[in-house]
Design a protein around this ligand. Structure first.
Ligand code: IMP
Length: 425
C-alpha cells in the first residue's frame, strides 16, 4: 500500500487533474482536502472532456471511492449541478461519492460578498478571485459563524440561515450590492439538502477505516503552493492550504498515512489573478505559450498569465511540501520554442535570493536570473516513453530536476491519457 499526496507546486493549473486521473488507476480511494469550486480539473478521455470543480478526478474510474474531505468549502448548488452532470454522462453511480459533514458550505451571500469586495477593490487590493465565495466562507469558518454540510440535515437550519443572512445583508448593503432574499436562500438550500442527503456523512471515519484496511489512498490537491494562505504570495493567495500540511487537516487522516508526495509542475509557469510573477512574459512568447498551452481558466475562462519556468518557486515548493517526485506536465507546449529560459535565482536591490521572499513588495521587485536551454523544435506530443524524447527535451527535463533537487516521477506531453507516462512512481 502506498498512499500518494499530489500537490500543485506552482500557482495552480499545473495539470493536476490529468495526473490524478493517471494515478487513480492504482488507488482505491481518491480524496480532496481543500479549496472548493474555485478549482477546475480538466481531464480528456478519448473525445470526451471533463472539467471537475469539487468532485475528485478519480470519479472517472467506475470502481473508485471518492471523498470530498472536511477541509473543503462546498457550494451545495454547484455540487448538485456537478453530480447531475456526471449522472447524465453515465459516470456516477450510487455509493461512490462521499461528502464530509464537516466541510463548510459556500452560500449565496459568500459569493455576493466575494464579488462585491472584488468589484470595489482598488488596484493593488484586488486579488482577482474566482468569485466562488471561497475567501468569505473560510473567513466564516475561522470566525465560527459558518454552516457545515452536516447542517443540511438539521431541521432548524432555515431559522439559523435567516438570522445569519440578516447580518450579511447589512454588509452587502454597505457595499452597494444586491441583497439576498431569505426565502430564495432557504428554498435553494432545502432543495440541495434533499438531493445531497445520501452523499453526506462522516468521511473522517470512512477514510480512517479505509486506511486501516490497507486501501490505497490518493490525496488530490487543488490550486498550488504559491496560492497557499501561509506559504504563497500573500495576500494574492486563496484562503486554504493546498500544501502537503493541509492534507491531514483537510481529511482527518494522520501524517503517517501519507507515504509519498508528488509535486506537479508545468514545464513553464502560469498564474491567474493578481500578484507578483517574476518570470512573467508580457510579449509574443507569453502569448505563444498561452495559445499553444490553451492557458485559459477552466473555472472562469480568464486568460492565464504565462512565463518561464521558475526554479526558485519549484525549489521552495519542494522544501515546503517534502516533494519526493515531480510530475512534469505540458512539455509539448515548448516544442516550437527556440530558446527556453529557466529562472534559477532572483535579484532585488543588489541582493540575490535563492528562495521566495515573504515580503510581497520585495518579491514584486525581484528580477529573474536566467539560464538558457536550446529548444528541440520538433513534436513530442505523440511519444509514449521518456526514451523517445528528443535529446534537448531530455536535457531540459533533467535540468529542471537537477536545479530543483527532485527526481522525475511522471512526465506528460499531451492532454490525452496516453500522453502521460510513468518514470519512477
Ligand atoms: P479564490 O480562491 O477564488 O479566492 O481566488 C484567490 C486567488 O487564487 C486568485 O488569484 C485566483 O485566480 C487563484 N485561484 C483560485 N483557484 C485557482 C485554481 O484552481 N487555479 C489557479 N488559480 C486559482
Amino acid at each position: 500500500m502506498t498512499n500518494t499526496l499530489l500537490i500543485g507546486a506552482q500557482w495552480g493549473d499545473e495539470g493536476k487533474g490529468k495526473i490524478v486521473d493517471f494515478l487513480s488507476r492504482d488507488a482505491d480511494v481518491v480524496v480532496r482536502y481543500q479549496g472548493g469550486s474555485n478549482a477546475g480539473h480538466t481531464i480528456e478521455i478519448g473525445a470526451d472532456r471533463y472539467v471537475l470543480h469539487l468532485i475528485p478526478s478519480g470519479i472517472l474510474y467506475p470502481d473508485k471511492t471518492c471523498v470530498i474531505g472536511n477541509g473543503l468549502v462546498v457550494d451545495p448548488l454547484a455540487l448538485v449541478h456537478e453530480i447531475q452532470d456526471l449522472e447524465k454522462r453515465g459516470i456516477l453511480s450510487a455509493g461512490r461519492l462521499h461528502v464530509s459533514d464537516r466541510a463548510h458550505m459556500v452560500l449565496s451571500y459568500h459569493k455576493a460578498l466575494d464579488a462585491g469586495r472584488e468589484s470595489r477593490a482598488t488596484r493593488g487590493s484586488k486579488i482577482g478571485t474566482t468569485q466562488r465565495g471561497i475567501g468569505p466562507t473560510y473567513a466564516d469558518k475561522a470566525s465560527r459563524t459558518g454552516f457545515r454540510m452536516g447542517d443540511l440535515l438539521d431541521p432548524a437550519l432555515p431559522d439559523r440561515l435567516r438570522e445569519r443572512l440578516a447580518e450579511k445583508n447589512v454588509l452587502l448593503k454597505d457595499m452597494g450590492a444586491d441583497l439576498i432574499d431569505p426565502d430564495t436562500l432557504c428554498r435553494e438550500i432545502r432543495q440541495a439538502a434533499d438531493f445531497l442527503r445520501p452523499y453526506i456523512g462522516d468521511t473522517v471515519s470512512l477514510l480512517n477505516t479505509a486506511y486501516k484496511a490497507g486501501k490505497q489512498i490518493l490525496f488530490e490537491g487543488a490550486q498550488g503552493t504559491m496560492l497557499d494562505i501561509d506559504f504563497g504570495t500573500y495576500p494574492y493567495v486563496t484562503s486554504s492550504n493546498p500544501t502537503s500540511g493541509g492534507a491531514c487537516v483537510g481529511t482527518g487522516l494522520p501524517p503517517r498515512a501519507i507515504n509519498r508526495v508528488l509535486g506537479v509542475i508545468k514545464a513553464y509557469t502560469t498564474r491567474v489573478g493578481e500578484g507578483p510573477f517574476p518570470t512573467e512574459l508580457m510579449d509574443a512568447t507569453g502569448e505563444h505559450l498561452r495559445q499553444r498551452g490553451r492557458e485559459f481558466g477552466a473555472t472562469t475562462g480568464r486568460p492565464r498569465r504565462c512565463g518561464w519556468f521558475d526554479a526558485v518557486v519549484a525549489r521552495y515548493s519542494a522544501m515546503v511540501n517534502g516533494i519526493d517526485f515531480w510530475a512534469v506536465t505540458k512539455l509539448d507546449v515548448l516544442d516550437e520554442t527556440e530558446t527556453i529560459r529557466v529562472c534559477t535565482a532572483y535579484e532585488c536591490d543588489g541582493k540575490r535570493y535563492d528562495t521566495v521572499p515573504a515580503c510581497i513588495a520585495t518579491l514584486s521587485r525581484c528580477r529573474p536570473v536566467y539560464t538558457d536551454f536550446p529548444g528541440w523544435k520538433c513534436s513530442t506530443s505523440g511519444i509514449t516513453s521518456q526514451a523517445d524524447l528528443p535529446p534537448n527535451a531530455k536535457d531540459y527535463v533533467k535540468a529542471l530536476c537537477d536545479i530543483t533537487g527532485v527526481p522525475l516521477g511522471v512526465l506528460s506531453v499531451s492532454p490525452k491519457r496516453a500522453g502521460t507516462f510513468r518514470i519512477a512512481v
